[in-house]
Design a protein around this ligand. Structure first.
Ligand code: AMP
Length: 362
């Protein structure tokens, strides 16, 4: 008989919420730790510890109450994970995936060592470095903060000398990247279990608006050869870096080449389509990976377009009627603010172009 386990989750945002929903379906209990008293994960979890991620008493409580602990965002403090490990908490993903993915230079170093292409990049510490390094990378290029940036925040496009002159650097680490004139952005969600088994979900084609993911199209409209390259590279990354748990990896496609962009050791927004278009969702497989369960074969049941819903889309979402093919997921955040991710909708069907047109009509 399957034992009922308790899953501890660091973080209580929408990813934790969906992880809790999955856990509930599978018969597991959940405990989330989140300093936000109104975090949306609170309503789906069994227990919400409303304390800071660094609160030692709260972390000890998580260790005692949880059979296994995981995280739902990549900026969890390494110190908190170390504290859990020292206090006999079972956190199978450990700190390595966080340590590498929390810094853009570190993650590009780790991946390019495996022979996987990235945009040309250089670490930058100050304006003088930047003035020298731009000569090696050239215009146009992108300057990004090494850590803490997300959804296109913390990055600046440098098109000419004037941009270079105007930019002000803070006292922190940056990365200067060549701008890839890509044709498509894609991602692959790969998961590795405690038992070292690896599974991948179908590659998603991502459409961004202002640096934020707007929609994901599956199957991605790319050649079989490119798809194989993306899947094999993703498996290689998770295996060679010896990570456990889910890893969302983003790539650019230009011609026959793929370029690694970034990765996150957690469920990924671009894989939310799996909730309605696959036999198992990314959240189900995340749980199986940390619990050491054998993975089922992942099947794509139909084509799908996932549309993100932001604060400004409130009236738009009210017009969408749910059906067998159209599934609306609203995260239950209390404030509908412009730019804030409030939910997503999965439009399922056989004809991808038809689905894209349907989504664009909203
Ligand atoms: P990131 O936060 O690195 O995922 O960047 C946000 C978005 O900026 C990506 O989804 C791309 O659309 C764009 N971008 C990031 N890096 C590059 C690059 N090296 N070349 C071209 N576009 C990029």
């Amino acid at each position: 008989m399957k034992q009922s386990k308790s899953i501890g989750i660091l973080g209580g945002g929408q990813l934790a919420k969906m992880l809790c929903d999955s856990a509930k379906k599978m018969g597991y209990k959940t405990i989330i730790l989140d300093p936000d008293s109104e975090s949306c994960g609170k309503f789906s979890s069994n227990i919400h510890i409303n304390k800071s991620y660094k609160d030692e008493e709260a972390l000890k409580k998580m260790c005692v109450m949880s059979d296994v602990i995981t995280y739902e965002f990549e900026n969890v403090s390494i110190d908190s994970v170390e504290f859990i490990e020292k206090n006999s908490g079972n956190i199978p993903q450990g700190k390595a995936p966080l340590y590498i993915s929390q810094n853009r230079v570190r993650e590009k170093n780790a991946v390019s060592r495996l022979g996987i292409k990235t945009a040309k990049y250089i670490q930058v510490f100050n304006k003088k470095d930047l003035e020298n390094d731009i000569l090696k990378i050239g215009f146009p290029s992108l300057l990004k903060t090494c850590s803490g940036g997300y959804d296109g925040k913390g990055q600046w496009k440098l098109v000419n000398e004037c941009d270079l002159e105007n930019i002000k650097l803070e006292n922190r680490e940056y990365i200067l990247e060549e701008m890839i004139d890509f044709e498509k952005e894609v991602s692959c969600l790969v998961v590795r279990g405690v038992n070292k088994e690896i599974v991948t979900f179908p590659v998603g084609e991502n459409i961004h608006e202002k640096g934020i993911l707007k929609m994901t199209i599956v199957p991605a409209r790319i050649s079989k050869a490119l798809e194989t390259k993306i899947v094999e590279s993703s498996k290689m990354i998770i295996e060679e870096l010896d990570f456990v748990g889910p890893l969302g990896i983003e790539f650019f496609i230009k011609g026959d080449e793929i370029y690694f962009n970034e990765m996150a050791p957690r469920p990924h927004n671009s894989a939310h389509y799996t909730m309605d278009a696959c036999n198992f969702s990314q959240f189900d497989i995340h749980l199986m990976s940390i619990l050491g369960l054998n993975f089922p074969e992942i099947k794509l049941l139909n084509g799908v377009v996932m549309l993100n819903i932001f604060g400004e889309d409130r009236t738009k979402v009210e017009k969408i009627s749910e059906s067998k093919e159209v599934k609306v997921h609203i995260y239950g955040k209390n404030l509908w603010k412009p730019g804030r991710k409030m939910g997503h909708v999965n439009f399922c069907g056989e004809d991808i172009e038809e689905l894209i047109n349907l989504v664009k009509s909203f």
